[in-house]
Each structure stands twice: as structure tokens, then as C-alpha cells.
Design a protein around this ligand. Structure first.
Ligand code: PDD
Length: 285
């Protein structure tokens, strides 16, 4: 079965789906995106993803190409046409097509919108969750508005490749003060020796993850103690547990950072419980 993409009003086989060479997403990374988990053919936390999308667009002064309701119809239709059971739906909106000029194009230039969806390898992710994953640390050399979910991801690409080359699943960005900001495509968490769950506060130095928000709800429901503050790489190295969160993998335990085992080197109890209970607290649509 050929995969189908939505491109500016049309559903097309992926092989012929294309955008204009003067699309500003392609020319300048002048666009934003969202990734939503699909489970049992349904969207997880669509409402919150749409809220974050609207925020990203408004921070960059890009217009919504259609209403949130219409966007929801397109997302569900792309999931349906691609027969996604467990996987992701990807949405990208750029500032549109115009002659290449850094400043904004003329008013009225229509934003471009692309939606794709695909199944993911569920058994593989379950194995990763059972075994835990390795993380490396890299300097955080990104711009200062990473709270906007922009498609400008070059530092993330390089960090992720460095992780791959060192046999790790994720790279954690570390700021100039030696404090972890987040992963290349996930939020970063630790559990201290005295059982406190710590993750960086959602300011302009991290992407405010939707999975992160749901995990905060799960923690509250379990009565676990939480500290939203920066933690250092040194603290992470001696943590009892560590884990990462993102839409495509919910909660994944981290068992090694820079080659050093975390806790006893196996997935922690809290990370495992959060993963188990995650979907009970997430919204399905
Ligand atoms: N990444 N931080 C960064 C830099 C991310 O790219 C992501 C998500 C997150 C977690 O956000 P959420 O829980 O809303 O997925 C944090 C997506 C999945 C991606 O780029 O594929």
C-alpha cells in the first residue's frame, strides 16, 4: 500500500507529493511542526498539540492555514488513509512560497501545510523500554527560542547523529552552567537518590513537551514529589533513575549516560510506572 500525504489541500501518494522549491520551510526553515502519537488509530493529546501549534505559529507570526477543527479532520484522514494503528502523525506548516528574500513575504502569502503519518515498530520500542536506553551529553548550541517547535533542527540533527555514532538513543543538551536542558528530540528527567523527580522548568530553554505535561499529571496522581528546576549533568550521573519523554515513545528509561550506568543500570521503578500509566492520563480523539 502506498503512503499518502496531505499537501496544501490534496491527498497524494508520497512518491508524487512535493512542495515548491521556493517554499520558505525549505529555504529558511521558516516553519513549525507537531508530532502526535497515534494509538489504535486514534490521536493522543490532539488538543494540547493543537494549542502548542497555535502558540508556535503566533510566536513566528505565521497564520493558521485553516481552523483547528478542519486541521483535526485532515490529521484523522491522513491517519486513516495510511492505516496507522500505532505510530505518528506529522504536521508541518511553513510561511509559504515566495521569491527568496529573508524578510517576510507579501501579506496574503498562503502558509503551506503538509501532513504525513506512519506506523512505528511497536515491539522495538517495547524492547527499548524493557532494556532502557543510553544517552550522551553534548553542549547546547541552539538558539534561545527552542520553546517554539520550529523545523530549524540542525543542532538536534547533529546531536542525534553523535548519539547514534556512540551507540546511544538520545543526546542530552547541556547549557554553559553544566545543566541539562533537554534531549535532541525529547524532554529529560532524573529521579534523585531521595526519590524526587526533577525536570527543567518549561521556559524558553526547552520545548514544553506534551508528554511532559501528561507525565506531570501522572506524577501528581501518584503523589510523587516533583521539582521543576535545572539539574546538572553531575546530578544526572549519580541519579537513582533517569528517563526521557516524547510523543513517539512516551516514557523511556535511561540506563546509561556518557557510558556510566544510572542507578543499578536497569530501568527504574518510577520510569516504568510512569510508562505503564501514561495512556490512562492522556486524551484520545
Ligand atoms: N520531538 N524536546 C524536543 C527538542 C523535541 O523535539 C521533542 C519532541 C520534545 C518532547 O515533546 P513532546 O512530548 O510534545 O513530543 C522535547 C518530536 C517527537 C520529534 O521531533 O519527532
Amino acid at each position: 500500500m502506498s503512503r499518502i500525504a496531505y499537501v496544501n489541500g490534496r491527498y497524494l501518494p508520497l512518491a508524487v507529493a512535493s512542495v515548491n522549491v521556493e517554499d520558505r520551510g525549505y529555504q529558511f526553515s521558516d516553519g513549525v511542526y507537531e508530532v502526535c502519537e497515534v494509538k489504535g488509530g486514534r490521536l493522543i493529546d490532539e488538543r494540547r498539540h493543537m494549542e502548542r501549534l497555535q502558540r508556535s505559529l503566533s510566536e513566528l507570526r505565521i497564520a493558521m492555514p485553516m481552523s483547528v477543527a478542519a486541521l483535526g479532520v485532515v490529521l484523522h484522514e491522513v491517519v486513516r488513509r495510511n492505516r496507522v494503528r500505532w505510530g505518528i502523525v506529522y504536521l508541518q506548516i511553513s510561511r509559504g512560497v515566495a521569491h527568496r528574500d529573508h524578510a517576510f513575504p507579501p501579506p496574503g502569502t498562503a502558509p503551506s501545510m503538509v501532513v504525513t503519518a506512519r506506523n512505528l515498530d511497536l515491539p522495538r520500542v517495547e524492547t527499548l523500554a524493557a532494556d532502557g536506553v543510553a544517552v550522551i551529553s553534548v553542549p547546547d548550541n541552539r538558539w534561545q527560542r527552542v520553546d517554539i517547535k520550529s523545523v530549524s533542527l540542525l543542532p538536534n540533527v547533529l546531536a542525534k547523529q553523535a548519539a547514534r555514532e556512540q551507540g546511544a538513543r538520545e543526546a542530552w543538551f547541556v547549557d554553559r552552567e553544566g545543566r541539562v536542558t533537554e534531549g535532541a528530540s525529547s524532554n529529560a528527567w532524573i529521579v534523585t537518590r531521595d526519590g524526587k523527580v526533577v525536570t527543567r522548568q518549561a521556559d524558553q530553554s526547552i520545548l514544553n513537551g506534551i508528554t511532559r505535561a501528561v507525565v506531570l499529571d501522572v506524577l501528581a496522581a501518584h503523589g510523587l514529589s516533583l521539582e521543576e528546576r535545572p539539574f546538572t549533568l553531575d546530578e544526572a550521573h549519580v541519579a537513582r533513575e533517569a528517563f526521557i519523554t516524547s510523543a513517539s515513545q512516551s516514557v523511556l528509561p535511561v540506563v546509561r549516560i556518557d557510558g556510566r550506568p544510572i542507578g543499578n543500570g536497569a530501568p527504574g521503578l518510577i520510569a516504568t510506572a510512569l510508562r505503564r500509566d501514561f495512556h490512562r492520563h492522556a486524551e484520545t480523539s
